[in-house]
Design a protein around this ligand. Structure first.
Ligand SMILES: Cc1cc2nc3c(=O)[nH]c(=O)nc-3n(C[C@H](O)[C@H](O)[C@H](O)COP(=O)(O)OP(=O)(O)OC[C@H]3O[C@@H](n4cnc5c(N)ncnc54)[C@H](O)[C@@H]3O)c2cc1C
Length: 461
């Protein structure tokens, strides 16, 4: 075993929206941060084949439930935001407040950090326009959605958001990681954290695998941000056994229709949508990259449809599923959709069908189910206090796993706001520590120094 003897102020595990936000905001205030990331940090090429190793490896980035429902995430620097659709739904401020967590200030402040506005009309291709107009025509409360997109860099008739935007047009958490690195943070990629080191009920460091060797790194603050599946596994290995139960994953389906003459099937997904808040259903346009559509069609043996693309209008139905299930110790998910979850998917699909028929679509069919927002596995109010601290001092969690209840929305704005709030809390707590009697501080830090391993790690990217 090798040790990484350092003077880091904090170790951030995982570099998705949660981890990247905390790392950026801490380094902005001069803190020294080590980011440990399981995935790569190779350039985004915007191709299907470069996305496969990040997002389509069974047992790693895709895990299947017993009902054959795939749950997808990306294992790479920037986390799932590298392949996300860049839709920025406003955080449910009142819901968080009801758990004692006020992110209203941070939700405003983040607007200075990320682009968040609807796409200009010229970036809405024929499919999304047809959805928007047909839904409006039928009286649905359809709105253009805010996007994490810099319009000046974005391309019309493009569908590469989910392959990792190669133009820098879609914001993803790598933007924050890069800012953190510019501010002096250090990242070790291909570093899979296995557990947090706890001494005297305090977190003092982490143990991780890198190039088949086990390393230890130490810092006075540990922030686990390995996502809805990754974080509970690390916590369980660290003595928080009840992490990873009763979670959501926001199941979704696509409903497709063929509209003669619609033209080019390439379009930025989720330009506009309808939120049926009381029903827990979100409905949006959703042009998929061609290879992904082929995959979804072949899954349900729609062989003819698999090769139809240009004239197809896909609509996504995403629902707020009931909390249930378990993340298994090997990182798979055990969770069955309930009757109520299935009814929501059916109800949403009926809305989509109406919109397609009204738009003149024929050959309407529905995809198999998939899920892309695993969360609620380390809930605020159960395993975390309102400052996202675990039962162990110095150990925090900040990612989609902290959501305190059922979800059903694109979560990234909320995760960023929580990350900003946590960074402020850590900085404020640090100031209090600095004002303490130096003898007390020294005594508190002794066990950490004593437990450091030698020799120093050298294999750092
Ligand atoms: C296809 C798709 C489309 C989506 N579209 C949207 C959208 O339009 N809008 C929206 O708001 N959300 C969207 N989401 C969801 C959004 O991307 C995620 O909710 C968000 O990225 C979660 O952030 P996170 O910080 O919780 O975790 P993640 O993004 O999952 O990041 C976790 C990080 O931890 C790393 N990691 C995991 N385990 C370990 C370990 N043991 N050691 C070290 N590192 C580890 C991972 O590699 C990853 O980098 C989408 C998701 C997908 C898959």
């Amino acid at each position: 075993m090798k040790g990484l003897k350092t003077d880091f102020d904090a170790i951030v595990v995982g570099s998705g929206p949660g981890g990247a936000t905390v790392a950026k905001d801490l380094t902005l205030k001069g803190k020294k941060v080590l980011i440990l990331e399981w995935g790569d940090n190779d350039p985004k090429k915007g191709t299907f084949f470069s996305t496969v190793p990040r997002a389509f490896i069974p047992g790693k980035s895709v895990v299947m439930t017993k009902q054959a429902l795939p749950v997808v995430r990306a294992i790479t620097t920037g986390g799932s935001s590298v392949i996300f659709c860049g839709t920025a739904f406003a955080p449910p401020i009142d819901m968080f407040k009801s758990y004692g967590v006020d992110i209203s200030v941070e939700a405003e402040e983040m607007k200075a950090d990320v682009p968040m506005a609807p796409l200009p009309d010229e970036l809405m291709n024929a499919g999304p326009r047809a959805f928007y107009e047909s839904a409006g025509d039928l009286g649905y409360d359809v709105h253009k959605l805010n996007k994490f997109i810099y319009p000046s860099k974005c391309k019309t008739k493009c569908q590469l958001c989910m392959y990792g935007c190669p133009y820098g047009a879609k914001w993803d958490a790598r933007h924050f990681v890069n800012q953190a690195l510019e501010n002096g943070a250090r990242i070790i990629t291909h570093a899979k954290v296995e557990r947090v080191l706890i001494e005297n009920k305090k977190a003092v460091g982490v143990e991780y695998k890198h190039n088949k060797e086990i390393y230890r790194a130490y810092a006075p603050k540990i922030i686990v941000a390995a996502g809805g599946i990754g974080s509970p596994l690390i916590l369980r290995q660290s003595g928080i056994r009840s992490a990873g139960y009763d979670f959501f994953f926001d199941p979704l389906v696509f409903v497709y229709g063929k509209i003669k003459g619609l033209g080019n099937g390439k379009a930025i997904p989720m330009s506009s949508g309808v939120h049926f808040e009381e029903d827990g259903i979100v409905m949006t346009d959703f042009n998929l990259p061609r290879m992904m559509k082929i995959g979804f069609d072949l899954e349900i043996l729609k062989l003819k449809q698999a090769f139809e693309y240009a004239d197809v209008l896909p609509i996504m139905i995403k629902v707020k599923d009931e909390l249930a299930g378990e993340v298994t110790n090997n990182g798979w998910v055990k969770k069955n959709l309930t009757k109520a979850d299935k009814q929501k998917l059916d109800k949403g699909s009926e809305h989509a069908k109406r919109i397609l028929i009204n738009a003149g679509a024929t050959d309407i069919y529905r995809s198999w189910k998939v899920a892309a927002h695993p969360g609620g596995t380390v809930k605020i109010g159960e395993l975390l206090d309102t400052n996202l601290k675990t039962k162990f001092d110095n150990l925090y969690v900040c990612d989609c796993s902290v959501m305190p209840q059922e979800w059903g929305l694109p979560p990234t704005t909320s995760i960023i706001a929580l990350g900003k709030r946590l960074a402020k809390h850590l900085l404020a707590a640090d100031q209090v520590t600095q004002k303490k009697d130096p003898a007390v501080v020294a005594a508190e830090q002794t066990p950490i120094e004593e437990s450091m391993e030698a020799p120093l790690a050298t294999a750092v990217n």
